[in-house]
Each structure stands twice: as structure tokens, then as C-alpha cells.
Unconditional design. Structure first.
Length: 238
């Protein structure tokens, strides 16, 4: 068997709040030169190595090009390790328009072997964030969830969401961007906000700095009291 490690670069709208958490933590540790944090993950694919190295590399490259069409994948880098030799290739994906998420995280329609999603996503999804600065709260705004059809993350029951595994929660975050991206950007722009917290299509909190992102306990409190998912959205990176 040949083992291929694929380093996956996620689209900027995925795990944005978690990236901001890492960014803030690095600054608190004294690494003030850090300007941005992106979260990348490795996936490992085990394939039949009866093909030649060149054919195997071509097949893996095709798999990754197909993965680039997935809403959460932006770029990839392959490291192929066989018993006889190793080959390496890189590919840069063009930013694709967001499309509907119908499966959790990484998946592609292909005859190639199964690609596994990284367990590290769960840890990233549960990373704590800083407390909200009340002085940075601003006026609220609303959107009608029913206007964009179902399923709609803005109308999702919080208890049902909380029971989902981390990868499905992240896929729903991406789906919220896909369904409401224009409205989300409008709310961020109108408030000149670095982040907004939305519940049921209503902006209930916002802040001008990522340092004031609402704490996980605060989001849990809001979700439990309203029985709707509290979504945090930050300004997309360029």
C-alpha cells in the first residue's frame, strides 16, 4: 500500500472564529508580529500501489482537483510515500463560488479511495474565545430565515445542533455563509464590525475588534435561552 498525506487549506469563511482565537492567543503570548492565522489540516489516503508511481501521482492529483470543488477546500499539497520512491506535487485552487453543503466537510464524487476527515477539527471547534466587551455592542438587525428556504442554520434548534459532532457543526456554519452571505456581509459593513453574533436571523451583538469575540459560555447561554443556534461571523479575509 502507498500512503499519501494531503495538506488541506480551508476556505477563509470556515473556522474563522477559531482562527481568530489562535491569533489572539499568540498575541497574548507575546507574538505581536502575527497578523493573521489560517487553520489547515492533514488528511491521509491509503491507496493500492499496483499502479506506477507516475500513474498513482496523477490519480491523487485528480482526486485533489475534485476536492477543490468542495466548499471548504481552497488549496492542497500532496506528499506521496511508496516503498520504492517518493513523489511530491502541489496544486493551487481557484477560489470557487460557495455552493450548498450536503455532506460534512470533505467529500468528493470519485472512484478513488475514501478520504478521512481530521480528528483535530473537533478540538478547534471547541477552542475557548474571549469575553465580550459590552461597550462594543451595537444595534440589532434582522433577516427572515423562511425567505431563503430550508434547511436553514438560522432556524435550527440549539439542542439538536449541540448534539451534532464538530464536523457537522462546522458544515452548518459554512451553509449559513452560503445561504446568508450577502446579508452577513451587509451587517458587518453597516456596523463597521469585526464580528457579529446572530440568533434566528437577528444580530444581537457585534464588536469592532476580534479581541471582544463572545465567550463560549456566553454563546451557550444565548443558545439555551432562545433554543436557537448563536452564530458568530467575522469579516472574511481578502
Amino acid at each position: 500500500m502507498a500512503i499519501a498525506e494531503i495538506h488541506v487549506v480551508l476556505k477563509p469563511t470556515l473556522l474563522d472564529a477559531q482562527g481568530a482565537t489562535v491569533h489572539k492567543a499568540l498575541h497574548q503570548l507575546g507574538h505581536t508580529q502575527v497578523r493573521n492565522v489560517r487553520i489547515g489540516k492533514y488528511i491521509t489516503v491509503e491507496v493500492d500501489d499496483t499502479l506506477s508511481d507516475a500513474a498513482l501521482q496523477e490519480q491523487l492529483d485528480q482526486m485533489c482537483r475534485q476536492l477543490l470543488s468542495n466548499p471548504v477546500i481552497e488549496d492542497y499539497e500532496i506528499t506521496l510515500d511508496t516503498a520504492a520512491s517518493a513523489a511530491r506535487a502541489t496544486g493551487t485552487g481557484v477560489q470557487e463560488p460557495l455552493t450548498a453543503v450536503t455532506t460534512p466537510l470533505v467529500s468528493a464524487t470519485t472512484t478513488a479511495p475514501t478520504v478521512t476527515t481530521p480528528a483535530g477539527l473537533a478540538a478547534a471547534a471547541n477552542a475557548p474565545v474571549s469575553a465580550l466587551a459590552p461597550s462594543e455592542q451595537v444595534a440589532v438587525g434582522k433577516v427572515s430565515p423562511s425567505a431563503v428556504g430550508t434547511p436553514d442554520p438560522f432556524a435550527m434548534d440549539y439542542d439538536a445542533y449541540d448534539a451534532l459532532p464538530a464536523n457537522e457543526q462546522l458544515a452548518l456554519q459554512q451553509l449559513a455563509w452560503q445561504k446568508h452571505g450577502g446579508w452577513i456581509r451587509q451587517q458587518l459593513t453597516e456596523r463597521r464590525a469585526a464580528w457579529i453574533l446572530c440568533i434566528g436571523g437577528e444580530v444581537v451583538e457585534a464588536g469592532s475588534s476580534l479581541d471582544s469575540l463572545p465567550a463560549e459560555a456566553r454563546r451557550d447561554q444565548l443558545g439555551t435561552s432562545r433554543n436557537l443556534v448563536p452564530w458568530v461571523f467575522t469579516q472574511p479575509t481578502a
